[in-house]
Design a protein around this ligand. Structure first.
Ligand code: MRU
Length: 344
């Protein structure tokens, strides 16, 4: 890997600013929970597992910044940091999972300096375990991919969306490294173009044969027999297997069903939320209309038009052929299989 999505540098978090990719490689140096929450909200860092890792480091950064306070003030300020980070984005459950993990690492009996140390170690462990989970997921997921395969992927579920390697793109990466003849169709993923800017960048860097398409070209290519499999990541998998991912994923799943193409979801177990019974209860983020009006400095929509900008949609479990996690592959996921996986 020629870049790091996030890295810990002696009490501060360095984040590759994904808003500027692929044109500019700029690392932000973040020194407070407020700054990390802003980076998550404004999508300098994005992708469910990467958001979780950033939030964990956000707590570690804040603890290190405040460790000279006396005990009561330190505890109160730290709890504020959890609240600020939890409010940064609503859909990816990895954010809340990582914050819970960080909370469980706090021994309030200890002095602030020791708590800060424990929290930086815990954030480091969450980061390391995410990379390991992705490599395992890659191994399991690659077993589903035939020797020659044309894969469509959506949004960015690569190294940039995780601590490293990636989930959906990690499976593709692993299969490619095994010598399989993989070719990828990356959907550009309007409105924020995570496919065109980020997935295409990762694929080009790794020299994996890839073609960029507009989102509305997927059906045509499936109908022509040019796609053998769809692999996507997830922001939250409900207890029954319904899966929230980038807006437009549901469209791909329906198209895949119509053309009898397997639709595969890859995510770490930390993306499965047993407390959300079905997709109906997954909170869907609505973002600013300005993201749909245009891109960057360019605004192309007609003045006065009303805009909707839901950032995610939900694919019902019945459209998911397989769920790949670091614990293995579940075919046709449902509530019973998911609960068995979580208990394993
Ligand atoms: O809005 P984003 O860019 O954070 O959305 C990202 C996605 O939808 C990804 O597909 C998902 O988080 C999985 S990342 C491994």
């Amino acid at each position: 890997m020629k870049f790091e999505t996030l890295r810990w540098n002696r009490g501060s978090l360095e984040l590759l600013d994904q808003r500027l990719l692929p044109k500019n490689i700029v690392y932000l140096n973040l020194k407070s929970a407020d700054e990390v929450a802003k980076a998550i909200r404004e999508m300098a860092v994005r992708g469910a597992p990467a958001i979780g890792c950033a939030a964990a480091f956000g707590i570690a950064v804040e603890a290190s910044r405040l460790k000279h306070l006396e005990k009561t003030a330190f505890h109160a300020a730290l709890l504020d940091a959890f609240k600020i980070l939890a409010e940064s984005r609503p859909t990816a459950v990895n954010l809340f999972w990582a914050l819970e993990m960080m909370k469980s690492a706090i021994d309030f009996e200890k002095d602030p300096g020791s708590i800060a140390l424990d929290l930086s170690e815990k954030a480091g462990a969450i980061f390391k375990e995410d990379i390991e989970a992705n490599l395992e997921m890659g191994r399991h997921g690659a077993s589903l991919i035939p020797e020659k395969c044309s894969i469509l992927t959506y949004c960015n579920a690569g190294a940039l969306a995780t601590a490293g390697h990636g989930t959906a793109l990690g499976v593709i990466r692993s299969a490619h490294r095994q010598g399989k003849a993989i070719s990828v169709h990356a959907c550009e993923t309007r409105p924020l173009l995570q496919g065109a800017r980020l997935t295409a960048w990762e694929l080009a860097m790794e020299k994996i044969p890839a073609t960029l398409i507009c989102d509305n070209m997927a059906g045509y290519l499936m109908n022509k027999g040019e796609i053998d499999m769809v692999i996507v990541g997830a922001d939250r998998v409900a207890a029954n297997g319904d899966t929230a991912n980038k807006i437009g994923t549901y469209t791909m799943a329906v198209l895949a069903k119509r053309h009898a193409i397997p639709f595969v979801v890859a995510c770490p177990v930390s993306t499965i939320d047993p407390h959300t019974p079905t997709g109906n209860e997954i909170p869907i983020e609505e973002r600013a209309g300005s993201e749909v009006r245009g891109y960057g400095e360019t605004d192309w929509a007609a003045e006065g038009i009303r805009i909707r900008n839901p950032a995610f949609d939900v694919t019902p479990a019945e459209l998911v052929a397989a769920l790949v996690t670091e614990k293995g592959v579940i075919q046709a996921p449902d509530e019973a299989k998911i609960s068995a996986l979580l208990a394993f």
